[in-house]
Write a protein that binds this ligand. Structure first.
Ligand code: ATP
Length: 244
């Protein structure tokens, strides 16, 4: 689904990602962990094609096609979707209208989806305007549910979300990446940034990666990586990777 080879990314003239390699197969969901400022969001944004995230070396392949030079809207059309860590407020644009524009679906269908995410009362409000942290996350997941991308990138979906809503968001993301289906019938994939690992209670991730100083320092079982980080810190995770 996504193959990243020897990726180097500059942000504001500084190299943030160095020689990064990542391979996520169709039907797989991976989690990405790492300390603050290590480059996790940069990786998602570069993969999605945001401007300001300059690929200076390396290639990004999506569904077998080299998308390194493709603009973001074409990557989205081709099946990539992203959930922001801190999405902007869009004054003057109602959430319902945005969902209609994203999907072309009728209002009735949008209302049904919105109900599932407990967002039906938000359709006539400006996107993210005055939304709480948890409401913003539910709105982001709702936008992805409407778009149904083949590959979702989620930036800290559980941060700022209360326990009840983590369950709702976790289960919805599991459906987005088809974790409810048997592996042979699963065609969607995902990459999820997490600090706490709560999302792993809902999504049985296939692999985990620890990013530090712009490089992936460890690949392995996500729960094992998380355990080492929680108990001994990131440096120990880098050191002990052989046992994961
Ligand atoms: N637009 C930008 N302008 C300047 N520096 C940036 C910009 N975007 C990212 N950076 C820098 O790149 C580095 C990596 O940032 P990034 O947001 O990718 O980290 P992260 O691993 O997602 O962190 P966190 O866990 O805190 O969300 C940081 O030092 C950050 O300050």
């Amino acid at each position: 689904m996504l193959k990243i080879e020897n990726l180097h990314v500059n942000v504001e003239g500084r190299e943030v990602l160095h020689d990064l390699n990542l391979h996520i197969k169709e039907g797989e969901t991976h989690v990405l962990m790492g300390p603050n400022g290590s480059g996790k969001t940069t990786l998602l944004r570069a993969a999605m094609g945001f401007s300001g995230y300059d690929v200076t070396e390396g290639r990004i392949f999506f569904k077998g096609r080299d998308v390194t030079e493709l603009p973001m809207h074409e990557r989205a059309r081709y099946g990539m979707g992203i959930m922001f860590q801190r999405p902007p407020t869009i004054s003057g644009l109602k959430l319902g209208k945005l969902l209609q524009a994203l999907s072309g679906a009728e209002r009735k269908v949008i209302e049904e989806y919105a109900k599932k995410m407990h967002m039906d009362d938000f359709l006539d409000r400006d996107v993210n305007s005055g939304f709480s942290g948890g409401e913003i996350k539910r709105s982001e997941v709702l936008q992805l549910m409407i778009q149904q991308p083949d590959f979702v990138m989620l930036d800290e979906p559980e941060s700022g979300v209360d326990l009840e809503n983590i369950s709702l968001i976790g289960k919805s993301i599991a459906m987005l990446v088809e974790k409810d289906r048997h592996i042979i019938n699963r065609h969607k994939s995902g990459l999820i940034i997490t600090h706490t690992g709560y999302i792993l209670d809902y999504i049985d991730a296939d692999a985990g990666h620890m990013l530090c100083d712009g490089e992936i320092k460890c690949d392995g079982n996500p729960r094992e990586i998380l355990k080492v980080i929680q108990e001994k810190g990131y440096q120990e995770c880098i050191r002990c990777q052989k046992i994961l």
